[in-house]
Design a protein around this ligand. Structure first.
Ligand SMILES: Cc1ncc(COP(=O)(O)O)c(C=O)c1O
Length: 431
């Protein structure tokens, strides 16, 4: 039940090596570490999941059954919002949120470019224009100063994405939005339970959008989504729009979409939700353990480790390092050959996607986003990942850079490949 990574050891072996002197055939006997292993999450809950699924099957209420309403209340409460409106996916949650705000052709919506496609495609599906804004390179989240300079008379909304599980700088963004009379839609697909101060993702803007795709911190066994809000009028508009704008039956007040949540998914998510706080704590301790292991191995000299901002409760949907000096893809191939799962979120920024070429962006327009796309690599962080597996990941990375397993002493081996700029950086860091 593991989610398969795209690149197998076999394809890695066949792919010619790039600039690095490290060769795939130097990898010792592989020890598999999957990017994600659902079995470890679902296994202990199997009896409850089967019972919940059987109950729905017997009920005959397969779409928007009572479990859906219960899940709406539970998620709203979990996020500190008054209402939850369930729908078919996180992508639909974003689309419905924009529809509820009446976003239309001619309107501009500010979005990051370093995010999943759905953040921006929801905007274009309504004929509106996404305005891509660069990120804060330290957090990967949209930079509020650049949001401010991108505002125009046409700006109707901002969609900050809480990327990898850490909230964007919502104080600055909501303040700007208030000053300029525009809406804030949180893309909280990766950040259920994340907080800034004592406020949770999903309660920080006008609307919060969540995904229950299996890889998310609260994932279903299929697709699902939710919009949270404390605005009653918006909640009832969303309910209307997700059901073809129909109320009462066969009377259509608006042109909505069909975006239903299956009752089985809601029942499964209700079984999983009480475990989310413990899973989140595991993700947080896995992240802290990686930080420590990487530092002990001296790998913080060659990788940029992810950072959690002070006062932010990061929920670590991804643990994403930066690999500079164009070593990222070679390292990924090397890890793949050792059967260590990794992923690149995201290799092509949205402003450089073919389908958005009509918007007229060029290379270099969003330099921090483009640099991140070339450097990021996400490592296994899922709950249930063992300390030994994390050490294997760190050891393999150490072997790639230093030609030796990670050392447990505080004086790591010198990176084999470093010359020029990298060597200077290393010398400074170790002096
Ligand atoms: C940041 C972000 N936004 C939106 C989505 C879309 O969610 P879904 O896959 O449920 O449609 C995702 C999920 O992949 C996501 O990561």
């Amino acid at each position: 039940m593991e989610i398969k990574e795209e690149m197998t050891a076999e394809t890695a072996m066949k792919t010619p090596q790039t600039s690095t002197e490290t060769r795939i055939d130097h990898v010792a006997a592989p020890t598999r570490v999957p990017l994600l292993d659902m079995e470890r999450e679902l296994g202990p809950l199997m009896a409850d999941l089967v019972e919940a699924t059987a109950r729905v099957l017997a009920s005959g209420r397969y779409v928007f059954g009572p479990e859906c309403g219960e899940l709406e209340s539970s998620i709203a409460q979990y996020c500190g919002a008054e209402f939850g409106v369930a729908c078919a996916s996180g992508s639909d949650a974003l689309l419905l949120a924009l529809m509820a705000l009446d976003i239309k052709p001619g309107d501009e919506v500010i979005v990051p470019s370093f995010t999943f496609f759905a953040t921006a495609s929801a905007v274009t599906r309504l004929g509106a224009t996404p305005v891509f804004v660069d990120i804060d390179p330290a957090t990967f989240n949209i930079d509020p100063h650049l949001v401010e300079v991108s505002l125009t008379a046409r700006t109707k909304a901002i969609i900050p994405v809480h990327l990898f599980g850490q909230c964007a700088d919502m104080d600055s963004i909501t303040q700007l939005a208030r000053q300029h009379g525009i809406f804030v839609i949180e893309d909280a697909a990766q950040a259920i339970g994340a907080r800034t101060g004592d406020r949770s993702a999903g309660s920080l803007g006008d609307l919060g959008c969540f995904s229950f795709y299996p890889t998310k911190n609260l994932g279903g066994c299929g697709d699902g989504g939710m919009i949270t809000t404390s605005n009653e009028a918006l909640a009832s508009r969303l309910r209307l729009l997700r059901g073809h704008g129909m109320h009462p039956r066969y009377f259509h007040q608006a042109v909505g979409i069909n975006s239903r949540l299956d009752t089985i998914q809601a029942a499964i998510l209700q079984v999983k939700l009480p475990h989310l706080p413990a899973w989140t704590r595991e993700r947080q301790s896995n992240a802290a353990r990686y930080d420590q292991m990487f530092r002990v191995a001296g790998l913080d000299q060659v990788l940029t480790l992810p950072m959690a901002r002070d006062g932010y409760h990061h929920v670590w949907n991804q643990y994403t390092v930066r690999v500079a000096d164009q070593q990222r893809d070679a390292l990924r191939l090397y890890l793949s050959a050792a059967e260590i799962g990794t992923e690149i979120y995201y290799p092509v920024p949205l402003h450089r996607q073919e389908c958005f070429s009509y918007l007229g962006y060029n290379d270099g327009d969003l330099p921090d986003t483009e640099r991140a796309a070339g450097e990021v690599m996400s490592l296994p962080i899922f709950p249930g990942l063992t300390e030994k597996e994390q050490q294997t990941v760190v050891d393999r990375i150490a072997r790639f850079f230093f030609g030796a397993e990670a050392t447990t002493s505080s004086s790591p081996a010198r990176p084999k490949y470093l010359t020029g700029k990298g060597a200077a950086r290393e010398n400074t860091a170790t002096s």
